[in-house]
Design a protein around this ligand. Sequence first.
Ligand SMILES: [Zn+2]
Length: 388
Amino acid sequence: MNYRSVLFVLIIATALQGSVANAAPKFRRPFGQSVTVLNFMDHDSSASCKTYDCRTGCATGVGKSYGDHGGTDFDLAVDSALYAGANGVFESRYDGCSNTGTLISTCGGGFGNNVRMKHPDIYSIYGHMKNGTPINVANGTIINCSQEIGRSASSGRSNWPHVHFELRTAPTSATTSIDPYSGTCSQSTSYWVSVTGTAPATTCASPPAETCNGVDDNQNTIIDDLESCWTPVYRFWDTSMASTARSRCYGTSSSPPSLCSGYALEFSGPAFYVYRNSGIPGTVELIAFDKNQDHILTRGDESGDIAALTQAGYTRRGTLGYIWSSTSTAPTGTFFKPSGANTSSVRNLRRFSKNPPGIHLFPNNPAETAPSGWSNEGVRGFVFSSRW
Ligand SMILES: [Zn+2]
């Protein structure tokens, strides 16, 4: 069997092109081997064929196309590693097809064993994988560019080992296929990071690093992921005081704030984490105050407290971050849990107060008791802690 005798028939797609907003990422070659394109995407809506560079004729050999082919077929030996072409998230998979397909197979919708990823404004599909190799993770799991997501074979509607790589603007609509190659008979913008001849580069695009700004900087479809908005809060205490009446300070590094010089770190890790982006519904601002080397946290929406504290000589030190309000549902999901927190559960942040004005917020650890002379005012929100 040689290339010229083989029809690499895959999934049926029309040659209609979808439209893609500028936010769509650029893709790397989804494997490491050298490039032989068996079939390009078909840009002819009739039964005949036309490649991105306007070459016509169907399936006459390497480097052409065949009717309604929605992706690009790269020759690839069985069991070659397949890589995510760009940052994104896992969207779907199919597994269980024989590694040796046929031209009439409908296994996996014709794609055989396959993985589909979601990116900003576009989806990528990797078809004809080896049985048992499509990455098996929860929907929405972050997948980085170049991460291995499966291995190649010839499963599904295929009779030659290769990978079918396809871009779409709608995940299950074959009429929304996008050709990664730009050309006179394709769109003017390439979706490859770079391409030499017909060989896409193996380097990933370089989107900015994710920062806490309400924007999907790293182009993986998730806003402010990778814990970019989480800040650890450390707790310090004055060891010269009786344990039940110790003044406490809070800071965002493991060294005491300057006004708490000499205080000792109370726990080996952060006391809790706060979320810095105010754009998340249900979060409440945390503000640090200090007086006489004592830091107080309170809620920014309680203006009466702020006035009372200011009158009592406390100085506002700015926003530490945000906590989840006790009136909202406790946050769930890995997105909302910093890796330093060793449990998926959250704890109450409980407030204690005393006269003259002073307010402390404590994670409601069972071992935690109200300082002597302080009264418990109830739950003010939820926090993650690394020490539970
Ligand atoms: Zn194909």
